[in-house]
Design a protein around this ligand. Structure first.
Ligand code: F0G
Length: 457
């Protein structure tokens, strides 16, 4: 097979600033060993997130100039609405400033104490917005999805039997909707099969529960279906996405991912009455229904991005760049979630640093080493992010200790990825010299953003 090339030419460039290892040792120490506290200018390759970090195309930038800034009835809204309807087939399209704003509005309307929302795995903001209303967020991921070392095609699938048991035990009247997150970000960016979406829909239908997609990475998920699921090889990614959404009664979307923009999102749904309530809230918190929390130019860029993201050359390059990095890491014996997901590599810190216990944050130790060694910024998804304490103050670690390297869309080329690989391999080779860390400051909530650490000797 020939090399899969970046399917674009570069028209505008942004220089990256090189730092020396000595500088980085000082900078990360000054940042309390927390990469969230580093200035982005001191980062060489930024793999903190794939959210809002996409490079826009010349047509998107042209759309920015062309955006209609009318308060009501903007033509950019109608272009946006038409594009979202074409892909999702859903009736009511409500623009929001990003994904969590759509979640906030939706769960304010349908959530509340005594309610339960099942999902394959709730992303943090989804969980937070569900729980903020007093409702409970429940994860029903299939068993394979919980084992980093097991290779399977659709590790994002929901456990359909568990869902049905859960509905029977909880009572359908207490479940205002069921969600599926495509791809499953918190479980390694793993895709969900069409068959699974269909089966979940059929259970939901049996009990009269609406199904919603958390659709941030719907195009990446559709591409995995095309490549991996029997019967889809000859369908276009648009057709596959349309079929995915055909089983959904609604969707929340962070356009900062698969709409290739730096800000934006939407809520889409079929239920007229719920849509009306959501719009009423939207007017209070985001803005008039034909702009939501966005400028007309942002809506133009989202509409254009949603068309570009379904280009199969783009998706081939996108999925391949992560797979390429993953293949080489696996070949070198670096432990990670296998197979690689759609938007990120997730290193398995438990097996990478078996001598550093969760109480000493092995994932954080790798994150720090990647920055010092090569100026790469990644993020810990383990005991720093999700750890809780028992009544005696002892850490209750989450099931996995991971380090996520999320790849921004259309930003880095193959040589950037090769460089990332070299740095990970260097850190892996010297893993026995890595130390654990202790937390010396933490906020009461979402501590990973601002925590400060000290190296253990
Ligand atoms: N759902 C999923 C699956 C996400 O990954 C995100 C964001 C959201 C919802 C919320 O969207 O940021 O636009 O409000 N994920 C980013 C990340 C932040 O780094 O994974 P938002």
């Amino acid at each position: 097979m020939k090399t899969i090339i970046e399917p674009f030419k570069i028209k505008s460039v942004e220089p990256i600033r090189f730092t020396s290892k000595e500088e980085r040792i000082r900078l990360i120490k000054e940042a309390g060993y927390n990469p969230f506290m580093i200035h982005a200018d001191d980062v060489l390759i930024d793999l903190l997130t794939d959210s809002g970090t996409s490079a826009m195309s010349s047509k998107q930038w042209a759309g920015i100039m062309d955006g209609d800034e009318s308060y009501a009835g903007s033509k950019s809204f109608y272009r946006f609405e038409e594009t979202v309807k074409k892909i999702t087939g859903l009736n009511y399209i409500i623009p929001t400033h990003q994904g969590r704003a759509a979640e906030k509005i939706l769960f304010s309307v349908v959530g509340g104490k005594g309610k339960f929302i099942p999902n394959n795995t709730h992303f943090d903001t989804t969980r937070a917005n569900v729980e903020f209303t007093g409702a409970e967020a429940v994860d029903l991921l299939n068993e394979t999805g919980k084992h980093p070392e097991i290779r399977a095609d659709f590790k994002g699938n929901m456990d359909v039997q568990k869902l049905e048991d859960f509905i029977k035990n909880t009572g359908k009247e207490n479940i205002p909707l069921c969600m599926i997150t495509v791809t499953n970000n918190s479980g390694g960016g793993q895709p969900v099969s069409m068959q699974n979406i269909r089966e979940v829909k059929s259970v939901c239908k049996k009990y009269g529960i609406p199904l919603f997609l958390d659709a941030c990475r719907f195009a990446e998920n559709a591409y995995f279906i095309k490549k991996r699921e029997p019967g889809y090889a000859d369908k276009s990614v648009l057709e596959i996405a349309q079929e995915m959404f055909s089983y959904a009664d609604g969707a929340t979307m962070s356009a900062k991912k698969d709409a290739l923009v730096n800000i934006g999102g939407f809520l889409a749904l079929n239920d007229e009455e719920v849509a009306q309530q959501c719009r009423n809230l939207l007017i209070v918190t985001e803005g008039f229904p034909t702009y939501g929390g966005l400028a007309g130019r942002d809506l133009e860029a989202v509409a254009q991005g949603l068309e570009e993201v379904l280009d199969e050359h783009y998706l081939q390059y996108r999925i391949r760049s992560i797979e390429y990095l993953g293949e080489k890491l696996v070949a070198a014996g670096v432990p990670m979630i296998e197979p690689p997901g759609g938007h990120a590599i997730y290193l398995d810190a438990k097996r990478f640093l078996p001598n550093i216990p969760p109480e000493q944050f092995p994932g954080q130790s790798i994150v720090i080493a990647l920055y010092i060694e090569g100026g790469i910024r990644s993020v810990e998804i383990g005991s720093v992010m999700f750890g809780k304490y028992d009544s005696s103050g002892k850490l209750i670690p989450p099931p996995m200790e991971l380090v996520r390297l999320a790849v921004p869309r259309r930003v880095y080329t193959q040589s950037h990825i090769d460089y990332v690989l070299e740095i990970i391999l260097e850190v892996f080779k010297n893993r026995n010299s890595l130390k654990g860390y202790k937390i010396v400051y933490e906020a009461p909530m979402l501590r990973h953003f601002t925590a400060k650490f000290e190296e253990l000797r």
